[in-house]
Design a protein around this ligand. Structure first.
Ligand code: GTP
Ligand code: MG
Length: 459
């Protein structure tokens, strides 16, 4: 269980992004948050004010007025960290912010580490570990779907599912351990058949959760979409058009792109990570050959393939052969004919046999909307109801789920072999331990450091 955590120091950090803004917010948390602020604040005595109130005044270094500010007070435990929290809203200049920070440090506050506010919130039981991690995901979310998934996890949807599974196992572990207390007397409180059914059920749920990671990862990190094709097909032109930026060099020299170039955009709430690659061909140029090798690598690592070809240069048969050759694993692939501005209607007709073919002119920007919609349909995330399903987005959770699954396999084997209660109980405990790591019932300092140092300072 989580013990209430009492910090004896008061931390401070800038909570807003650096740079010029209308306002900036400096946040303090800890036992001295209010008293430290009070020593530099002139206007009224903050130590006698009620929680959840806002006060106008000035921040002064001796007689020098640094800024006019608003101070918000949140008294523990009714705050984000459950400690006393003060937020100072000042004018958003880096100079002012630094001056006020210096002053607060001089009066006894300590600079917060990355994620330290959220770590304190976790240690004080504001939320569990999976929820704390979702706070970071929420800040980083850049699409409607990633936002929705992070929001659900932050509100405890995923944690509840894990805790429910854990609760059922705890029941059996304690029954078996009770048997052990009776020693020689050969009693069985825990129905072995029921336990087996439960474990199979839990493993089924874990498999679903692990499967959801494929999707979760795509939602969080974007759909890796590789653009491949022969040299000069117009891949770099297409990338630039999609990104609305001259990111890649375009030229009529075949073999222009040697290395891959990538960037992401959001289409209909889904993040796509587009990767432009070196054109595919046999080549004696050493550097270009390395580029082609990388293209093949990127191809196998992506979730979606755009096969782009110059319609004036090839036949439908050649295209079909390339599509089959490049995609033996039958990944989602979109065949796209480029340079239709130069194709005759007869030429276009000859490509009717290619399934789901899209026709564009990258250079002229024609039919790009159709291409974007085609990509969205291929991914088919839009139809997915992330409210209904629990989706795993975090590699750490995947790792813990895998360990739980393996421990449950051992329980099943133990039961099948009629192993003694203490051995079975030990395997159940191991499964419980791994599940507990997800929500933070089980933590180590390393684990916590690992998680919270990935946060930004001030969160
Ligand atoms: N007419 C016409 N030309 C195009 C179109 N799209 C691209 N091009 C031209 O085709 C040539 C090759 O374009 P790139 O985008 O560099 O082709 P690539 O596939 O990236 O080529 P590599 O990097 O060499 O593999 C350039 O001269 C482009 O201007 C189009 O829709 N119509
Ligand atoms: Mg190129």
């Amino acid at each position: 269980m989580i013990n209430h955590h009492f910090s004896n120091d008061t931390i401070v950090a800038v909570a807003t992004a650096p740079g010029v803004g209308a306002i900036a917010v400096i946040r303090l948390s800890g036992p001295e948050a209010i008293t430290i602020t009070n020593t530099v604040f002139k206007g009224k005595d903050l130590t006698t004010q009620a929680s959840h109130t806002i006060h106008f005044g000035t921040i002064r270094d001796a007689d020098k007025v640094l800024d006019e500010v608003l101070v918000s007070l949140f008294m523990g435990p009714h705050s984000y960290t459950k400690e006393h929290v003060v937020e100072i809203s000042c004018h958003g200049s880096d100079f002012i912010v630094q001056q006020i920070m210096q002053l607060l440090l001089k009066h006894g506050a300590r600079l917060a580490n990355a994620g330290e506010f959220t770590k304190r919130a976790f240690l004080n039981g504001q939320f569990d570990l999976a929820q704390a991690e979702a706070v970071a995901d929420l800040i980083a979310s850049d699409s409607a779907l990633s936002h929705e998934v992070a929001m659900k996890q932050m509100r405890g949807g995923f944690s509840q599912e894990i805790k429910r599974l854990r609760g059922e196992l705890v029941h059996f572990a304690s029954m078996i351990e009770l048997e052990l207390d009776f020693g020689e007397e050969d009693v069985e409180f825990a129905d072995r058949e029921q336990l087996r059914t439960l474990i199979l059920h839990i493993q089924g749920i874990i498999r679903e959760l692990l499967k959801s990671f494929e999707l979760g990862n795509v939602i969080k990190n974007g759909v890796p979409t590789v653009i491949v094709g022969k040299p000069n097909a117009g891949k770099s032109t297409l990338l630039n058009k999609l990104l609305n930026e001259e990111k890649a060099i375009v030229s009529d020299v075949p073999g222009t792109t040697r290395d891959f170039i990538e960037d992401e955009i959001n289409i209909s709430g889904i993040t796509f990570r587009f990767i432009d690659t070196a054109g595919l061909r046999e080549t004696t140029d050493k550097v270009e050959a390395l580029g082609v090798e990388r293209t093949m690598q990127k191809l196998s690592q992506s979730s979606l393939i755009i096969y782009l070809f110059d319609i004036t240069e090839v036949t439908a048969e050649e295209v079909q052969a390339e599509l089959d050759r490049l995609n033996p694993k039958k990944m989602p692939i979109v065949a796209v004919a480029n340079k239709i501005d130069q194709a005759t209607p007869g030429k276009l007709k000859a490509f009717d046999s290619i399934e789901g073919l899209l026709t564009i002119s990258a250079a002229k920007g024609a039919h790009l909307e159709e291409l974007k919609q085609g990509l969205v349909e291929k991914v088919n995330l839009g139809k997915l109801n992330v409210q209904q399903h629990t989706i795993v987005t975090n590699l750490r959770h995947v790792d813990s789920l895998n360990k739980t699954y393996a421990a449950l396999d051992d329980v099943l084997n133990g039961l099948a072999l009629g192993m003694s209660g203490d051995l079975v109980a030990a395997d159940i405990r191991r499964a419980l331990y791994s599940l507990g790591e997800i929500t933070g019932e089980i933590t180590t300092d390393d684990l916590l450091d690992n998680i919270f140092t990935k946060f930004c300072i001030g969160k």
